[in-house]
Design a protein around this ligand. Structure first.
Ligand SMILES: C[S@@+](CC[C@H](N)C(=O)[O-])C[C@H]1O[C@@H](n2cnc3c(N)ncnc32)[C@H](O)[C@@H]1O
Length: 249
């Protein structure tokens, strides 16, 4: 995940952590900890008497410390190997662990096994609400943005895909008997040449091989990069989603 994308997603997860009042001494399990960015926020929140267990199948960027334990686990291949005891942690959290989950709903179930009664689950990702073009220099530019973004979303976030948590994650959590289920979604406006459009250009660039395989012409991908620097462009951003819920005490 690029630093810019991470920054864009940070407000949602930070808000969740603050709202749930993660306190010094809390025990936290984080799934798909990646570069340890959220892990560091959590470590600060739980203080020296707390514990954060960070799990990822690529632990290259995760550093154990007095507060942080790092576990290398592929939770798709070995889903039952989540570290820790049943019902032992105050907070289980996962921000956008991405495509390799295979079965995100089953992952949520396993996360719930580690949660103590009264503990909180926090999930975050992006929704499949596409960036909407509010303004572009020409109708051709608008059409191009819509076409490339539609393809990107179909491949990365399409219904039934594993690129994010289940669409009806609220329903799933209610179905599991969770309480105080709360969902928030947020978006803003991005301008061509700004950081948000830069992130979108970066994601499209990264997805080049997939997009080309799906019939998006290389010239269109190149031109998309240019259009994203055009200050005439105004878009509704990628929409972020955060969910939290409490296990009954
Ligand atoms: C997009 S990054 C997000 C990192 C971090 N949660 C954040 O928000 O900054 C997705 C992370 O999930 C991890 N991941 C994906 N599938 C996984 C799996 N099956 N088992 C363990 N980790 C996985 C990846 O290795 C990657 O570090």
């Amino acid at each position: 995940m690029s630093a810019l994308l991470r920054e864009l997603l940070d407000s949602t997860i930070t808000q969740q952590i603050n709202q749930l009042d993660v306190f010094p001494g809390s025990r936290v399990l984080e799934i798909g900890a990646g570069t340890g960015h959220v892990t560091a926020l959590l470590a600060r929140a739980v203080g020296l008497v707390g514990r954060v267990v960070a799990v990822d199948d690529d632990t290259t960027y995760l550093n154990p410390s007095a507060v942080v334990d790092v576990y290398s686990r592929d939770i798709a291949v070995n889903p039952d190997a989540l570290p820790g005891d049943a019902a032992s942690v105050d907070l289980v959290i996962a921000r956008w662990p991405h495509h390799r989950l295979v079965d995100p709903a089953a992952t949520i179930d396993r996360m719930l096994t580690r949660l103590r009664p009264g503990g909180w689950l926090v999930l975050a990702d992006v929704t499949d609400t596409r960036p909407r073009v509010h303004r572009a220099a020409t109708t051709g530019d608008e059409e191009l943005i819509n076409r490339v973004v539609r393809r990107l979303y179909d491949t990365a976030l399409g219904a039934g895909g594993t690129g994010r948590w289940p669409v009806d994650v609220e329903g799933l959590l209610h179905g599991r008997g969770m309480e105080q289920v709360c969902l928030s979604a947020a978006s803003e406006t991005w301008t061509g040449g700004g950081p948000g459009c830069g992130v979108l250009a970066g994601i499209v660039d990264h997805a080049r091989p997939t997009l080309q395989a799906l019939g998006v012409h290389v010239d269109d991908i190149d031109y998309f990069q240019t259009v994203m620097t055009d200050p005439n462009v105004l878009l509704r951003s990628i929409e972020r989603r955060g969910v939290h819920a409490r296990k009954p005490a």
